[in-house]
Write a protein that binds this ligand. Sequence first.
Ligand SMILES: [Zn+2]
Length: 83
Amino acid sequence: MMKKATIRKSGIYTIDLTKIDGDGAFPCPKCGVIISPDDETEEVYQIVETKVKGDDLAEIILRCNKCGSTIRLVGFLQQSIEG
Ligand SMILES: [Zn+2]
């Protein structure tokens, strides 16, 4: 049987911040470069879009400068997920 890895929507990865320990840094799912929220140089990544719900940060979409992957950061809001 052919094993065809279906890439979700052409290189879009989702990182759930509630599953990350430490200071919030995580490796790029594709190339492994460390993406740190404290890094504001834009050398490693760029913020593509920031989504806000009310006054709270809901989602950040980044692009890895090394491999070009799009990475969605979710999990800022832990309440209001029930339902
Ligand atoms: Zn990357």
